[in-house]
Write a protein that binds this ligand. Structure first.
Ligand SMILES: O=C(CO)[C@H](O)[C@H](O)COP(=O)(O)O
Length: 421
């Protein structure tokens, strides 16, 4: 298990819970080492003298010195980057032999992982780690697909890391992995022990794990449905939230791809025509130009339900809110009023619009809940969904730590990390 955290106290606690769930190797992740130094490795070894401690140094130069530091702090395995020069790898191995530790090579961002694995084996490394980094995972890159060839071609034990969950961990073992390294799916879980156990079971009995095929769009929708709009906004560096738009149908979650409408004050023709252009799973996003005259109401809402539309967002006003609340469609708007305009026919459907001060293009993912509405650009939807999931996991873990009696600032050692102290 990889402890990619900033605080050593939390790392030790999480490691304890994970060991209970069956984890046997404990990795001081690079963020932990950067935040707490070699002391993090020392404290992990003190707390877990019987477990193998991996120091994920991600070394690219001065290998002998970094191996020595990690070894003297109590590491059993020291991780170097495969992109390091051969001279660094060779010196690191010499140092590792001197101090009685093993060297693992991380293939993250290596151009030709198979060729480099063979080179590493011939230089004498102890382990190879087929790894896709956390940022790469968010772009849809995963480690298991290249694993099988490497396991077939080299004789040193092969580890695998990169966003593994119980399913992909089982796939990795079936592909020949000897060591499975898991970070986020254990350490950010609200139940670390159970998550560790689920991984342990998959690793021990990979044949029992079933797979289901999903399209990228299905995967994006599933993740966006599971996370909150604040999670998504955090994942977008606090961007994406619509201003002034609120839920008119409290408790209803909405995820879908945008069909955009721009209309004019007092005109509801294009808003209603868009329903016929929309497909199942779309969200109709409307800029209406007025918060005093409704361009949307109960009849349009019912029509949407018949078409399988996922929801409606109106930068403007809606009416018939009492009827709308009785139906199942999530509706978000800036205002509720009794009066509507007429179907005049101005405006356009499926052009780029501004809604709630956010640019919305047809096909962007629109997510709404009781916090409001966020726009997720279509081209970055998978990455943002994955990052939002990571935000959600971190928050879940923090909720469980606060529940046990902590406070947010002492758990995160907030003062230490303030930008302007
Ligand atoms: O080395 C790392 C990041 O560079 C991580 O420790 C490794 O990727 C495992 O964590 P996760 O399962 O969250 O990907």
């Amino acid at each position: 298990m990889a402890l990619d955290l900033l605080e050593i106290k939390r790392a030790v606690q999480i490691a304890k819970e994970a060991v209970e769930g069956g984890v046997d190797w404990i990795e001081a992740g690079t963020p932990l080492i950067k935040s707490e130094g070699m002391n993090s490795v020392r404290q992990l070894k003190n707390a877990f003298p019987k477990n193998v401690i991996v120091a994920d140094m991600k070394t690219v130069d001065t290998g002998a010195m970094e191996v020595e530091m990690a070894a003297k702090a109590g590491a059993d395995v020291v991780m170097l980057l495969g992109n390091a020069d051969d001279s660094t790898i060779v010196e690191s191995i010499r140092s590792a032999r001197k101090y009685g530790v093993k060297v693992m090579i991380d293939l993250i961002s290596v151009d030709d992982p198979l060729r480099r694995s063979k080179e590493m084996e011939s230089l004498g490394v102890d382990y190879i780690n087929v790894h896709t980094g956390i940022d790469q995972q968010m772009m849809g890159i995963e480690p298991v697909s290249i694993l099988q060839n490497i396991c077939r071609e080299v004789n040193v034990p092969v580890a695998v890391a990169g966003g593994l969950d119980p399913r992909s961990a089982a796939r990795a073992v079936n592909a020949g992995a000897d060591i499975v390294i898991v970070g986020g799916n254990i350490i950010r879980s609200d139940s670390v022990t159970e998550s560790a156990r689920a991984i342990r079971n998959s690793v021990d009995s990979p044949a029992n794990v079933t797979e289901s095929e999903r399209s990228r769009d299905e995967e994006i929708r599933e993740i966006l449905m599971a996370v909150s709009t604040p999670n998504i906004s955090d994942a977008m560096h606090r961007k994406g939230a619509m201003n002034r738009i609120h839920s008119c149908t409290e408790g209803r979650k909405m995820v879908g791809t945008a069909v955009t409408v721009r209309t004019m004050e007092g005109d509801w023709a294009k808003t209603v025509e868009a329903i016929d252009m929309a497909e199942s799973g779309d969200v109709i996003v409307i800029y209406s130009g007025s918060i005093d005259t409704a361009c949307w109401g109960g009849l349009a809402t019912m029509s949407c339900i018949n078409k399988g539309v996922a929801g409606v967002v109106v930068d403007g006003a809606v009416r018939d809110i009492d009827e709308i609340k009785k139906m199942s469609l999530p509706v978000f708007a800036g205002n509720n009023v009794p009066n509507a305009g007429d179907p005049k026919g101005f405006g356009e459907i499926n052009s780029e619009i501004i809604c709630g001060d956010q640019t919305v293009c047809p096909g962007d993912y629109i997510v709404g809940d009781d916090n409001g509405v966020v726009v997720v650009p279509g081209k970055r939807a998978y990455e943002i969904a994955r990052r939002a999931k990571e935000v959600e996991k971190t928050e879940k873990r923090l909720y469980s730590e606060i529940q046990k009696g902590g406070t947010l600032s002492n758990i995160l050692e907030l003062e230490k990390w303030e930008k302007h102290r």
